[in-house]
Design a protein. Structure first.
Length: 121
């Protein structure tokens, strides 16, 4: 269902930041983005102010239009996005709040798998 939701709201090739703790939510987010034709941009959870600055740079450099996170991080992510000047502001989706129905995104099986990796110095 997450892949179908993304495919209905995002154009192929748009970028989605995957900002979750390691584990099942990360895997689900990453694979759903790929299935929807969206470029997954994985990023580590920031642990301090320096990490937040790095995250902002990743979002800007990658041209992220969506942030995939979990409901326990939703408030923190939303507050952080409100505090930085990003135009346009990426949408935020709590992946664990999207109900699973096992459906695939239209046309997804033929979509190429892409990832994006950024580095900061």
């Amino acid at each position: 269902m997450l892949a179908a939701d993304l495919a209905s709201r995002r154009r192929e090739g748009e970028r989605a930041l995957v900002l979750t703790a390691p584990g099942l939510p990360f895997l689900v987010s990453f694979l759903a983005a790929l299935q929807a034709g969206v470029v997954a941009v994985p990023a580590p959870l920031p642990g301090d102010v320096k990490g937040l600055a790095r995250l902002e740079k990743i979002v800007r450099d990658a041209g992220v239009s969506e942030v995939l996170t979990t409901s326990d991080l939703l408030g923190l992510v939303t507050d952080w996005l409100d505090s930085v000047e990003l135009e346009p502001r990426p949408d935020v989706t709590a992946v664990d709040l999207i109900e699973s129905e096992g459906g695939a995104a239209p046309g997804a099986p033929d979509a190429p798998l892409e990832t994006s990796c950024t580095t900061s110095g």
